[in-house]
Design a protein around this ligand. Sequence first.
Ligand SMILES: N[C@@H](CCC(=O)N[C@@H](CS)C(=O)NCC(=O)O)C(=O)O
Length: 223
Amino acid sequence: MIILHHLEKSQSIRILWLLEELNVPYEVKLYDRDPKTRLAPAEYKAISPLGTAPVITDGDVTLAETNAIIDYVCDKHDDGRLRPAPGTPDRADYLFWFHASQGSFQPLLTNFFVMKAMTARAPFFLRPAAKALVGGLDKAFFGPRLAALMGEIEKTLGKQAWFAGERMTAADIVMGYSMEVAAHRAGMDEARFPNAHRWLAKMREVPSYQRALEKDGKGTILL
Ligand SMILES: N[C@@H](CCC(=O)N[C@@H](CS)C(=O)NCC(=O)O)C(=O)O
């Protein structure tokens, strides 16, 4: 049976959502973050090959990396509903958003927040220099890339209900966490991104997502 090692307030929420959506028999083990570092605790890092969440175990298999886990679970338990098949009209959008989420969107968000947190924790005499460096990187690198992604998100969700067409797919499940983070912490506000917020409202109503949040019990975003 699949065991999801679920780290509170983390990207692991997507896997909980996926398992609920597919009605997969699974067990969930809950882990709190280290109260001081806010990273995964040592017992979690001992299971996960990269020390990161999410990670699942399934018999002899231990698997980390969100999208690898999603594909693994879908290979075993999805009949094609959550992954548009090759050659179908929704396939290109599906591939783009499934991969843009973990290949571009989430890494940009995470790296930017880590740098901001480092600035806040820098010794006070280094803080102005650290702030200037992070501000410069935001202007030259993170800002334009995030703006381009959010622009694409808004455009896509203006022409269709979900990221890959008119039905929910694994691309929505993987984008969900990053969309919450972007809306809460990266300036993806409702006034400028109404389509994104319509999608967020719809996602929050999905019964399997609500069940996942209930099992998680902590709320998704590390604020
Ligand atoms: N590319 C990885 C990223 C995983 C990742 O950075 N996870 C964060 C949770 S949001 C984590 O493990 N943080 C705790 C830590 O690094 O100890 C994936 O998709 O699984």
